[in-house]
Design a protein around this ligand. Structure first.
Ligand code: RAM
Length: 367
């Protein structure tokens, strides 16, 4: 009986002209919205506010506030950059004291403990980038119940556990940039693998799901081979990339690095395997980490945004929330030197579009 229904389902999908959606391990199961294959921009429909509301919030308008920033981990270039932006904005505002603190490994249980301790010690606001969108929710809701303002950036929680999320770029825009760059470098029928953090980290899972949907729509003959997890760990990322290189041999034409740690580590693995020019590395990383590989032509394109600006925007959003200047239903918010940032998807604030660093432009950046 099951076999018959499965055959019928396949027949129906073929008749409908839709290929089976290829699911790449590491994506989430949220709806996807792949962009057009050409440069046609997305048209984002306005959605109602879907964020949280803290309870018994004291009047913080114009008052000195104490904020803590708890990213996935501390001590890597990417979150050093977001932390710098947060500190720059606090200094500019003049009435915010902020510190960045967190685990030295990307560990959700440790991140939750850090946040819980700051709730106990007493802060006015919590900024976070989540290791796990669901597991982090209870402690963020605890903060909200105590009148603490909660704003996410970089890696979201479930929307009901924070007030706003500052998104570096739209998930489908990052997916398009990564997949288009890989197709350009390995060809429309190239095979690739993915080195990610974990299968549950919110931003990587969103990007991979959107990449799979976009590839199915615009680059249907590219072949996904495997996705491996490497936390935010440089050694593990290098070892996982090396394992993929040895496992797939000449079939492997490309590696996606989904974290700012995995991308340089994958480039180093390709370099040490003597495969520069044979295996493309396309991924998310800071320009400073990738300059050595781009300048020797081992890596052609790196996708990111400005993480300093991301932290800067998150701090300004926190101040606007504390002042009552950013409320549910707002369509934009002023973020200092960045000007007006748009609200999208109900309670996300969009920093901008992804950017591709190449040999021609990477020398102009220092973060
Ligand atoms: C890592 C983290 C972060 C992500 C960057 C690209 O540093 O996973 O959340 O945005 O890479």
């Amino acid at each position: 009986m099951i076999r018959t229904s499965l055959i019928a389902a396949v027949a129906l999908s073929v008749m409908a002209g839709t290929a089976w959606a290829q699911t790449w391990t590491g994506g989430d199961d949220l709806p996807t919205s792949p962009l057009a294959c050409d440069a046609t921009p997305a048209t984002a429909a306005a959605k109602p506010y879907d964020g949280a509301e803290p309870a018994n919030v004291p009047d913080r308008k114009g008052k000195e506030i104490t904020v803590v920033d708890v990213p996935k981990l501390i001590g890597i270039g990417y979150f050093n950059a977001t932390s710098k932006g947060i500190a720059d904005a606090a200094k500019e505002l003049g009435n915010v004291s902020v510190k960045t603190d967190g685990p030295t490994k990307a560990n959700i249980d440790e991140q939750i403990t850090f946040i819980d301790n700051y709730i106990t010690s007493g802060v006015d606001g919590i900024l976070f980038a989540a290791n796990d969108p669901v597991a982090i929710a209870p402690v963020l809701k605890k903060a909200l119940s105590k009148g603490i303002n909660v704003v996410g950036y970089d890696a979201n929680s479930t929307p009901d556990a924070r007030q706003w999320f500052v998104n570096q770029a739209e998930f489908n825009g990052i997916a398009k940039a990564l997949v288009d760059n890989m197709a350009k470098e390995i060809g429309e029928d190239g095979a690739f693998a993915i080195v990610t953090s974990t299968f549950t980290t919110p931003n990587q899972a969103r990007w991979i799901a959107e990449m799979a949907a976009y590839a199915e729509k615009c680059h249907p003959n590219m072949k996904w081979l495997e996705t491996v997890e490497a936390q935010e760990d440089n050694v593990l990322s290098f070892n996982q990339a090396s394992t993929l290189i040895n496992k797939y041999g000449d079939e492997l034409k490309g590696l996606f690095g989904m974290t700012s740690v995995a991308t340089p580590a994958s480039a180093e693995a390709v370099t040490q395997a003597g495969k520069c020019g044979e295996i493309a590395v396309v991924g998310l990383a800071t320009p400073n980490a990738m300059k050595p590989y781009v300048e020797k032509d081992c890596v052609t394109s790196v996708v990111l945004w400005n993480p300093v600006d991301l932290g800067y925007a998150a701090m300004h959003v926190m101040r606007a929330v504390a002042d009552g200047a950013l409320k549910p239903g707002a369509t934009s918010v002023t973020a200092g030197k960045l000007g007006e940032l748009q609200v999208i998807n109900g309670s996300e604030i969009l920093l901008g579009a992804p950017f591709t660093f190449t040999k021609e432009n990477i020398g102009g950046f220092d973060f």
